[in-house]
Design a protein around this ligand. Structure first.
Ligand code: GLN
Length: 196
């Protein structure tokens, strides 16, 4: 399997490390030409969603990536990546990202400076005791349409899936537990042959 990792800003190297541990080939998307390579899935990492959105626009990557996601390309967005995939963003601008997922998100939901913490929790279809590292994280206020809840923490939704799209408020790439990425690769297998 060959997974593209958006590498404009943020925690992309950690995703690459984890994917390689699971036997995948990875390559980085830094400019439009990189996007033309064949791929089975895409990871949008955590970082700063406004910065990533600005770069996606400037590099002409936003539309081609959005079209591929709409055509079934499996995608996993963590933290800032979740914000970029959301249709509705509170404390942010909903129209700057891909807006492909039927979720209503609250950005910087735990506060700006003190909003970092670690818990272990249950994630549906993935398992129990999943390490969840939150860093100035968003949470999902509600899901609608085809989106469904996969995990909650403190009464807030922190992971969701809609068909080929998987999002987490937390950073699974910052732990040694490969189960969330393993689950994403199951989705990639299911959507093999998506229309490029
Ligand atoms: N607060 C960041 C944003 O709004 C997300 C933080 C993260 O990705 N760890 O984009």
């Amino acid at each position: 399997m060959r997974i593209a990792v958006l590498a404009l800003q943020g925690a992309f190297i950690e995703h690459e490390r984890m994917l390689r541990e699971l036997g995948c080939e990875t390559f980085e998307i830094r400019k439009l030409a990189d996007w033309n390579q064949s791929k089975d899935g895409l990871i949008i990492p955590g970082g700063e969603s406004t910065t990533q959105a600005k770069l996606l626009h400037e590099l002409g990557l936003l539309k081609p990536i959005k079209d591929s996601i709409c055509n079934g390309l499996p995608v996993m967005g963590t933290c800032a990546g979740l914000i970029l995939l959301a249709e509705h963003v509170e404390n942010g601008d909903s129209s700057i990202g891909f807006s492909t997922m039927s979720i209503d998100v609250c950005r910087n939901a735990y506060g700006r400076q003190l909003g970092s913490f670690y818990v272990k929790g249950m994630m549906k279809e993935v398992g129990d005791g999943i390490p969840m590292t939150f860093i100035r994280a968003p949470y999902i206020k509600s899901v609608y349409g085809n989106a469904c809840v996969l995990a909650e923490c403190g009464g807030h939704i922190v992971a969701a899936r809609q068909d080929n799209q998987l999002v987490t408020s937390f950073h699974p790439e910052l732990t040694d537990d490969t189960r969330v990425h393993g689950y994403f690769l199951d989705i990639v297998r299911k959507y093999a042959g998506w229309c490029q």
